[in-house]
Design a protein. Structure first.
Length: 211
């Protein structure tokens, strides 16, 4: 299975691997990379962008990322993840801690501990996956972007919101449906009890307008 990885910056600078959130692609990190003196690798995560691979769930996705990192000899790098990408970054850092000098998590949950809540979330995301296939990406986005979680995005300039929407609408519904179900917080391991294992510096970021 192949992983499409976008590359920004230039060799010789500090290496950062950045994992986007649901509905995103590696292209989301281009603006940030332009502001920093880094060599940034930004994979299109499975089901998104130009990566068509559908590995075996959450653990399989981490294994695919690690396979790419080994192939390209990624080491002494910083790992950055947003939302879904942050959950994957956390799992990747716990599975292969020696590869990372720092971990940056933006809008990231360590998982769901309560078994009943895990089942409820997995069931909800399965329903969202079916809805996405039935209605298509554009109609799905109307409801997704109206969720309270994304309310603060309505404060962004209209042109920026339009650009974000256009990027999201390029996605394939089948890929996104796989991702929302297979990478659901209800199916990822609960990492809450393992956070003390992280020996590298960890930086947590939340939006100033997010509750």
């Amino acid at each position: 299975m192949s992983l499409h990885v976008r590359e920004f910056g230039r060799p010789g600078q500090p290496v950062v691997v950045a994992l986007h959130g649901f509905l995103g692609t590696g292209e989301n990190w281009a603006e940030l990379a332009g502001r920093l003196n880094v060599h940034l690798y930004a994979p299109d995560l499975p089901g998104h962008g130009q990566t068509s691979a559908r590995p075996e769930g959450f653990g399989g996705t981490i294994a695919l990322l690690e396979e790419w990192a080994q192939l390209h000899k990624i080491s002494d790098a910083s790992l950055l993840g947003y939302s879904m990408g942050g959950r994957l970054a956390l799992g990747w850092a716990l599975a292969h801690p020696g590869r990372w000098r720092a971990l940056v998590l933006e809008g990231t949950s360590p998982g769901i501990a309560n078994p009943a809540e895990r089942t409820m979330r997995a069931t909800l995301d399965d329903a969202r996956a079916r809805d996405l296939i039935e209605r298509g990406v554009s109609d799905f986005l109307d409801d997704w972007q109206a969720l309270p979680l994304f309310k603060s995005q309505q404060l962004l300039p209209p042109m920026r919101r339009a650009k974000m929407r256009a990027l999201r609408e390029r996605s394939r519904p089948e890929g996104l449906a796989w991702a929302i179900a297979a990478l659901s917080p209800g199916r990822q391991p609960d990492y809450g009890s393992r956070l003390g294992e992280l020996a590298m510096p960890v930086h947590l970021i939340t939006g100033e307008r997010d509750e």
